[in-house]
Unconditional design. Structure first.
Length: 89
C-alpha cells in the first residue's frame, strides 16, 4: 500500500522532495491546473490576485520564503493526487 507521502513521479523520485523541479515549472503546472483565480482562492497570495504574471510571481516567490513554501506544498499535494489517481485538492 502506498501512502501519499511516498508517492513517486514517473522517474521514481519522491514527489515531496521536489527533485530537480524548478520553481518556474511548479508555477506553470499549478497555473495550468488551477488558473490565476484558482491559485488565489487556494493560497491567498496577492501576486496571484493583483495583475498576476509568471514573471512577477516568480520574483515574489523567490524573495518570500513563506509564500514559496505554500506554493510548493500545493504542488506536492496536487502531483501526489495526480499520481495516485485522486482529484486534485
Amino acid at each position: 500500500m502506498s501512502f501519499p507521502a511516498d508517492a513517486r513521479d514517473e522517474s521514481g523520485h519522491l514527489i515531496r522532495e521536489l527533485h530537480g523541479v524548478k520553481l518556474a515549472d511548479i508555477l506553470e503546472y499549478l497555473l495550468a491546473a488551477y488558473g490565476w483565480p484558482g491559485l488565489d482562492e487556494r493560497l491567498r497570495i496577492n501576486c496571484f490576485a493583483v495583475n498576476p504574471s509568471i514573471k512577477s510571481s516568480l520574483v515574489f516567490l523567490r524573495r518570500t520564503p513563506w509564500a514559496r513554501t505554500k506554493v510548493e506544498d500545493l504542488y506536492v499535494r496536487a502531483r501526489t493526487a495526480e499520481v495516485l489517481g485522486r482529484p486534485r485538492p
